[in-house]
Design a protein around this ligand. Structure first.
Ligand code: HEM
Length: 486
């Protein structure tokens, strides 16, 4: 074995040089393998993400992942390799196989970074059976019937938010509507699913008390793709060295709220926690599942409703058209159509869900054993694939002037548009609460029109900029409107 003897000889003669050169040599070999020989080497993309996952970690962290990958799609086509083992797919026809058929491919391991207090949640679990037991228990609460039965209570939450908006709009100072819409979102979720109103709308301060808690979970998105071991250490270090009073207080408030909730719930109760307890889930896990709803239910719905308010302010002619539809419906009394049946109102809701980018990035799933072939392209078992709202919703071939708010486009929606609309994900792991979230948005949009509360409003920011994390974060945490009362 002369080569082996040569290597051993060199190592002994030059130990320091070998210690430096050997890892570099192995890195080079690994890079060559990843670029030219890896089972995903046929997928196009820039060289750096083919070689290292650090590229994806970096863009996820700084919050420009979705728009950066979008530029790559423009250059390389519908399939882009965004890390050594991961492909971003900008083709809505792939949704069926990845997310829908036979339950879709399993979620990627990195969802574990969204576990709460050491528990897998309905959202974070990658295990089909684990999810099924819990989802089956709570699913009846999200049915159209359950929502219809409780519509008046949700409507009352909307009414209270509009009253507060009216009050705040009397001031000459800008109103952060994102804070109000988040307050409504937490009230609607707690009222409907916990049968206990969190009552965020009546909080007087500039920031809702659960906001810092929600933002802490949103910020997990910066580290979404990190291996869970690394994520856990990083989170520990951040909590230790970057402790933040507001977040700690908010965490405590939410913890106390769900602890009381679970302590006062029996397994006979038909609420969200009651149904989970009846399914044999431990108290500690039920608390975590409820916290997950406070996070998921507050952030995305809040963001979408704030975008509706801002868009109606920016486009007064669309606001007038909405008012006309709603006001023509109201006098019909018991013959009035349900909000679900008002075409323009629903077009507004759908369009806001398209442009809001509440969840802009790829929803990564794992190609199962046996691999997957799509449009003649082979994806090996274990590789990660996924589609993103950013890529599908801003596809100008499907949505002309894609970043513009044009509800009218939904009045005659094409099949392509519906196929590319990915606001709630798709298939068995799509948003469990999409009916609830949609109803909240519909009722609030109706009330905005009926109350005339946006009359005379102006948008303060020219652009709303976001960090493109799994759940986007609005830079500055404000979407502001101002009323000219002079
Ligand atoms: C407009 C508002 C909302 C939007 C745009 C939205 C969006 C999404 C999306 C895109 C997913 C799929 C994530 C993935 O596959 O990785 C999802 C899942 C989920 N959402 Fe929502 N969501 C909204 C409101 C809500 C609300 C109000 C709740 C709770 C009350 C909620 C709870 C959940 C849960 C538990 C899941 C995980 C479902 C599963 O994996 O089985 N969401 N949501």
């Amino acid at each position: 074995m002369p080569i082996l003897e040569l290597v051993v000889g060199i190592t002994k003669a030059y130990p320091t040089t070998t210690a430096i050169i050997a890892p570099l040599f192995l890195l080079c070999l690994r890079s060559i393998y990843r670029v030219f020989l890896h089972p995903l080497s046929h997928i196009p993309g820039p060289v750096v993400p083919k070689i290292t996952s650090l590229w994806l970690y970096y863009h996820a962290y700084i919050g420009d992942e979705a728009s950066t990958i979008r530029k790559l799609h423009a250059r390389y086509g519908a399939y882009v390799r965004v890390s050594p083992n991961e492909v971003d797919i900008g083709d809505a026809d792939a949704i069926q196989a990845i997310y829908v058929s036979k339950g879709g491919f399993p979620k990627a391991d990195c969802y574990a970074n969204f576990d709460i207090d050491g528990h897998k949640t309905i959202f974070s679990t990658t295990d089909h059976e684990h999810r099924a037991a819990r989802a089956k228990a709570v699913m009846p609460l999200f049915s159209t019937k359950a929502l219809r039965d409780n519509e008046n209570a949700i409507r009352a939450c909307v009414d209270r938010m509009i009253e507060r908006l009216k009050l705040e709009s009397q001031d000459t100072k800008p109103v952060n509507v994102l804070n109000l819409t988040r307050s409504l979102a937490v009230d609607a979720v707690s009222t409907h699913l916990f049968r206990e109103n969190y009552n965020g709308v009546s909080e007087k301060g500039p920031n809702l008390s659960v906001s810092a808690f929600v933002d802490a979970f949103v910020a997990v998105g910066r580290f979404f793709y990190l291996p869970t071991m690394v994520f856990v250490w990083l989170e520990w270090a951040i909590t230790k060295w970057q402790a933040d009073r507001e977040t700690d207080d908010s965490m405590m408030i939410v913890d106390k709220f769900v602890s009381n909730l679970v302590a006062n719930t029996t397994s006979k109760s038909t609420t969200y926690p009651g149904r989970l307890l009846a399914a044999g889930i431990s108290d500690s896990e039920v608390k975590a599942q409820c916290k997950d709803l406070v996070f998921a239910g507050t952030d995305s719905t809040g963001m979408n409703l704030a975008i509706i308010m801002r868009s109606l302010t920016l486009y007064p002619e669309k606001y007038d058209k909405l008012k006309e539809e709603v006001n023509n419906n109201t006098p019909r009394g018991s013959d009035a159509q349900d909000v679900q049946a008002l075409p323009y109102l629903n077009a507004i809701v759908r369009e806001a869900l398209r442009i809001s980018m509440a969840n802009p990035t790829r929803l990564p799933h794992v190609v199962p054993v046996g691999g997957w072939t799509f449009r003649g392209i082979r994806f090996p078992a274990g590789s990660l694939v996924g589609c993103s709202g950013h890529e599908l919703h801003f596809n100008s071939a499907v949505f002309p002037q894609p970043t513009k708010f044009v509800p009218e486009r939904w009045l005659e929606a094409t099949e392509e548009m519906s196929k590319n609309w990915f606001a709630f994900g798709a298939g068995s792991r799509a948003c469990i609460a999409r009916n609830l979230a949609t109803l909240e948005l519909q009722l609030a949009t109706e009330k905005l029109a009926r109350s005339n509360v946006l009359d005379g409003s102006k948008a303060v920011q020219e652009h709303v900029e976001i960090y493109e994390w799994f759940n986007s974060k609005v830079k500055g945490e404000k979407i502001e409107l101002v009323w000219n009362r002079s």
